[in-house]
Design a protein around this ligand. Sequence first.
Ligand SMILES: [Fe+2]
Length: 181
Amino acid sequence: MSQLDIYADDAPQTRLASLTDARDIAGELARVGVAFEQWQATHALTDDADQASILAAYSDDIARLRQLGGYITADVVSLRPSHPDRATLRQKFLDEHTHSEDEVRFFVAGSGAFYLHLHQRVFQLTCEKGDLLSVPAGTPHWFDMGPEPHFTAIRLFIDPAGWVGHFTGSPIARQFPRHGE
Ligand SMILES: [Fe+2]
């Protein structure tokens, strides 16, 4: 289930709110300038669908979003718990960082948690199938795929070659609940 948990950034033990209704989640995130939507596939996808079939199933929404955000390319990333490098891959974006362009992710399958650090709050959004999140450029955030990662996601980029994390050096991410533990 998609879920938004909100904390004060200095009180990781105290959840201020927990939302599971998609409209409530979208409304709460819109207040801090973050886009959240739910999309429907135009046809059924199997768990081993290839990139072309996945992009085709969501082509209308992808086209709309590309136009809105100026995104040039779309690709598909997929991880399963058996991946030999899962621990290294999980670690990659597990500490607070920013990007110079939006981080746009749509979950085709599985789940993962984004943590957005905005207005002295931490917004922990657990994304599942059908969830689209756009983290605005420059927003401090981190991402946890969990110790047994299982997700397939569409990514939208302006420039995939420029996709790097700028780490803030803050230990904040380690104080908040992890995903899937
Ligand atoms: Fe990121």
